[in-house]
Design a protein around this ligand. Structure first.
Ligand SMILES: *Cc1c(COP(=O)(O)O)cnc(C)c1O
Length: 387
């Protein structure tokens, strides 16, 4: 058992179609932002039930969050409410927009921002809510929308985990004013690095497109197109956040296998739920009937008082059995950068802090074989045995 090959956590599911698409792009001679990016935007928009003019492909979700905040008018002196149980990029984007992140603790079952705690943290400076559909489970968007409307706040969805998620049959990323997606290597749909932003307003997407390419008035691929050279103007100092055709070529193929990947993860998820039901661990809570969970992360909580071992000992034992695992996430309040700059303390967000100290994510890639899933299940049981 110990000699089995290491199971990489979050391994991407790539096939010959992706390889062929990348080779074809290389042979086309067009590597930068061009026709494949335009097609990927159109296909992704159609998948989400939007028009292509409501979509912009970018080089990361971090970029999507940053530009959504700027397009929403968030800036210096503003406050933006978000979840403490998220990747640091969510808070960093708020800081890079010049604003101050304000944390609202999560609900212990859904692990999403607790809407009942949001209004207590709203001040005259609050401008936006960045909600994170943690692990792929949609947030309680009805309650969040009601609060946002009452206080005139923009809603930005961090959909990095949630590409397939729906809430009451409405696709994640179309529920708020902006939806931000990640195509990082470990995500449900990958382009290696990459991201996408959706917006309700086409004007917001136009601004985001300009900001994503130096603030220039024309796309570079049009600038050097067959129509001949065209002048551009810099409308505002922007960023370098555009996606390449090489990435979009992978994304177009990944989009085709998205549902098959979700089906496979659902089968793995159900095997885990059955296998771990009688262990002294906490498995993911069942989401309500009217949402589709994107099944991005399968997390167990390892409570030392119940399990007799710490989460970190559990991780070491899984690694010793050649199983890669992840931690999503230490609460944002645990990190020195935010403690120093913002005065945050782990006790500010007790629920997220407790989850962050107990949580471990198991392999859930659709590329896992049944035998590998069985190895993960056996390793969990063995790792929890008191020796
Ligand atoms: C991965 C991730 C991001 C950042 O995505 P990038 O594409 O790597 O910038 C943001 N938020 C969450 C919740 C994530 O998991």
């Amino acid at each position: 058992m110990l000699n089995d090959q290491f199971i990489v956590f979050g391994a991407p599911d790539l096939g010959d179609d992706e390889i062929r698409a990348v080779v074809a792009t290389l042979q086309s001679g067009w590597l930068g932002t061009g026709p494949r990016v335009a097609e990927f935007e159109a296909r992704f928009a159609a998948y989400k039930g939007l028009s292509a003019r409501q979509t912009a492909a970018l080089n990361s979700c971090t970029a999507a969050l940053h530009l959504s905040l700027l397009a929403a008018g968030v800036g210096q002196g503003d406050e933006v409410i978000t979840s403490p149980l998220t990747f640091c990029a969510t808070a960093n984007a708020i800081l890079h927009a010049g604003a101050t992140p304000v944390l609202v603790d999560v609900d212990p079952d859904s692990m999403n921002i607790d809407p009942t705690r949001i209004e207590a943290r709203i001040t005259p400076r609050t401008r936006a809510l960045v909600v994170v559909h943690f692990a792929g489970r949609p947030c309680e968007m009805d309650a969040i929308e009601t609060i946002a409307r009452r206080h005139g706040l923009s809603v930005i969805e961090d959909c990095a985990h949630a590409v397939e998620a729906t809430y009451k049959n409405r696709p994640a990323g179309t529920l708020g004013d902006f939806g931000c997606f990640s195509f990082y290597a470990t995500k449900n749909l990958t382009t290696g690095e990459g991201g996408m932003v959706l917006a309700r307003s086409e004007q917001h997407i136009e601004r985001i497109r300009t900001l994503a390419l130096h603030g220039m008035s024309r796309d570079a691929w049009k600038r050097f197109s067959e129509d001949g050279y065209q002048h551009y103007q810099v409308l505002e100092p922007g960023f370098k956040y555009n996606m390449m055709d090489l990435q979009a070529a992978i994304g177009l193929e990944q989009l085709k296998r998205l549902d098959a990947g979700w089906q496979r993860r659902q089968a793995i998820w159900q095997r885990y739920q059955q296998a771990f039901a009688d262990l002294p661990v906490t498995c993911p809570a069942q989401p309500p009937e009217d949402v589709k969970h994107a099944l991005h992360l399968y997390t167990l909580l390892i409570d030392e008082a119940r399990c007799g071992i710490s989460r970190d000992t559990f991780i070491a034992r899984m690694n010793a059995r050649n199983i890669g695992v992840g931690v999503h996430y230490l609460a944002l309040t645990e990190h020195p950068a935010y403690q120093q700059q913002l005065g945050w303390q782990p006790t500010d967000t007790p629920i997220a802090t407790a989850i962050g100290r107990q949580t471990v994510s198991l392999p859930l890639s659709p590329g896992l074989s049944d035998a590998e899933v069985a190895r993960v299940i056996a390793a969990v049981g063995q790792s929890l045995k008191k020796t």
